[in-house]
Design a protein around this ligand. Structure first.
Ligand code: SER
Length: 315
């Protein structure tokens, strides 16, 4: 049986990953977050603890106390919030990751998952089909911490043989938890507004194009990578994944096939500069070849499924 610790369990990804892990593992799950973890009517195999990932000794204690075998380290300050408090982002994202890697080596944790991001690319990267390896330099603190963490994961794998695996998530579209601190959040906000019958003011230009994926596909990819035989995991920085890339206007048009009266205006703010520094699409060949990345949802099906689920949640 495998016991799993999740950091950042209350975030957009963590709150959904718990259910996917419950379905595919037999062991216990320890859901941690810097704020109280709300488990609702979740399974009896889940326990929760408050954990600030900057606190290495508490992390060590929890790993011992709950006999942790694997860690999914999701706690992070996202791109937009990171630009309003870069020092916080530096500390949580980088010190937190070093703590998780150090504790994993010291406590002989068998596997670690680290989510990286399209934010590792900088403005001079290839705009379309950007490859796994690149020599661009990220310009946001979030990107800098993710890029540095990727280098650290590779280092801990080489030096300590730690089985740490990573995916560069694109923008993730999901309905359960509203994302609030990232640059790609507009995609979720736009669909939510349409379902609520409200107009939406988008903080990016209508022609801004970014790589995206629906949450279910991102979670399936994460578990597929984590369950792949070690010898298949050839990339120890981070694997690119994305299902489609779209402009804000393309998303608006797709929503309008369901809500023709939906009204969107575009008033770019400081997040435009962040979005402009990221690629429009990324190359996913390595993930497809090494562990069978194969997303099912395109933009059309993502919007259909989001609307179906949000209608139940919102009304
Ligand atoms: N979704 C993240 C953000 O916008 C990118 O990894 O910050």
């Amino acid at each position: 049986m495998t016991n799993i610790l999740i950091t950042g369990s209350m975030g957009q990804v963590g709150s959904e990953l718990i259910d996917y892990l419950l379905a595919s593992y037999q062991g216990e799950i320890l859901a941690t977050d810097v704020r109280k973890v709300e488990l609702g009517d979740k399974n009896e195999r889940i326990q929760s603890e408050i954990l600030d990932v900057r606190d290495a000794s508490k992390l060590n204690e929890l790993i011992d106390q709950y006999h942790i075998d694997e860690i999914y380290h999701l706690a992070s300050i996202l791109s937009a919030k990171g630009e309003s408090d870069p020092f916080l982002a530096y500390n949580v994202n980088l010190s937190g990751t070093v703590n998780v890697l150090n504790s994993s080596v010291a406590k002989k944790v068998k596997k670690v998952f680290f989510p990286s991001s399209i934010a590792v690319y900088g403005p001079e990267a290839k705009r379309d089909d950007a490859g796994t390896r690149h020599d661009s330099i990220p310009t946001t603190m979030y990107g800098i911490t993710k890029m540095s963490s990727e280098m650290l994961t590779q280092y801990y794998h080489r030096k300590y043989n730690l089985d740490v695996r990573s995916i560069r998530y694109p923008g993730i579209i999901s309905y359960k938890v509203e994302p609030t601190a990232g640059t790609t959040d507009y995609s979720v906000e736009m669909i939510r507004s349409a379902v609520k019958g409200l107009p939406y003011t988008c903080y990016l230009r209508e022609d801004t194009k970014l790589p995206m994926i629906y949450m279910g596909d991102a979670m399936k990819a994460t578990l597929r990578l984590m369950n792949a035989p070690q010898e298949n995991v050839k990339v120890r920085t981070s694997y690119n994944i994305m299902a489609y890339s779209m402009t804000c206007k393309e998303l608006e048009n797709e929503i309008k096939t369901i809500y023709p009266e939906f009204n969107v205006s575009y008033v770019p703010d400081s997040r435009q500069e962040i979005a402009d520094s990221w690629p429009r699409s990324i190359n996913t060949e390595d993930a497809r070849r090494d562990w069978g990345f194969d997303p099912s949802f395109d933009l059309h099906n993502t919007v259909l499924d989001m609307v179906k689920n949000l209608k139940v949640l919102i009304h």
